[in-house]
Design a protein around this ligand. Structure first.
Ligand code: IPE
Ligand code: IPE
Ligand code: MG
Length: 249
């Protein structure tokens, strides 16, 4: 018998719906290389990346993933040429303005995580609108990491903790892992179970440093704009084959 790659239908049949990861995080990488391979400007890759983002949200929602966290723009990404950064910000604004109604229809709650006040006023305005308009979403939580750095997130948490200790709202000997977690941008959300990175890079790039302590990694060589439901299913099926030990046996 010749066995080739599995079909989407086979993957879907292999998936155990009762053991889905609760929280999936994605480092959406490879837009620039996708464009380069086609002789297109990098921004075309980002535009195509938006389509992949739309798809992954829909697919996670229909499969029943409860929390999806997407890395969209890092603090380090400001190092890129001004023209690329402003094109990315424009795409983000357009996305939020154009897609919020779909999030509402699908009962999805949107939240931006990162140093949001470091973004332009016009981007902040769209974020506030989308957050406000989707606040009753119950079926899925969509976190989008913007101006995000895992290290800065930890520093921001420490500063909030210091403020609460000094203000008498928190006792200094009550700072456990659980308490600390609640001061992160992800607040009371459970940690990601599965972290997917596209474009073949095997690094964390300062994403969710605290929260990924025991996340399962899945790296695919596919560039983000080429990411389809098929690849999501591959990641989920692979995840379900693993034994998570959390240091135990
Ligand atoms: C990911 O694609 C999107 C962002 C980081 C905003 P890249 O733009 O990093 O694409 P590559 O890695 O250069 O191919
Ligand atoms: C990580 O991708 C950030 C996002 C996906 C938004 P990068 O392309 O910025 O990461 P490095 O530079 O390859 O580590
Ligand atoms: Mg990249």
């Amino acid at each position: 018998m010749v066995s080739g790659p599995l079909t989407e239908e086979q993957l879907l049949n292999m998936l155990d719906r009762s053991r889905l990861p609760k929280h999936v995080a994605v480092i959406m990488d490879g837009n620039g290389r996708w464009a380069r391979d086609r002789g297109l400007p990098r921004i075309s890759g980002h535009r195509a990346g938006i389509e992949a983002t739309r798809r992954v949200i829909e697919d996670c929602r229909s499969l029943g993933i409860k929390i999806l966290t997407l890395f969209a723009f890092s603090v380090e990404n400001w190092k890129r040429p001004k023209s690329e950064v402003s094109a990315l910000m424009d795409l983000l604004k357009k996305y939020l303005r154009g897609e919020t109604h779909k999030l509402i229809e699908n009962d999805i709650r949107f939240k931006a995580i990162g140093r949001i006040n470091g973004l332009s006023d016009s981007v902040q305005k769209e974020i506030t609108m989308a957050t406000q308009r989707t606040k009753n979403g119950k079926e899925m939580m969509l976190n989008v990491a913007l101006n995000y750095s895992g290290r800065i997130e930890i520093i921001d948490a420490i500063n909030k903790i210091i403020g609460d200790v000094q203000g008498g709202r928190l006792e200094r000997d009550k700072i456990t892992e659980e308490v600390f977690s609640r001061y992160l941008y992800t607040e009371s959300l459970p940690d990601p179970d599965l972290l997917i990175r596209t474009s073949g890079e095997e690094r964390i790039s300062n994403f969710l440093l605290w929260q990924t302590a025991y996340a399962e990694f899945f790296v695919t060589s596919v560039y983000w704009p080429d990411f389809r439901r098929y690849h999501l299913l591959e990641a989920l099926v692979d995840y379900q084959k693993r034994k998570r030990r959390f240091g135990g046996l």
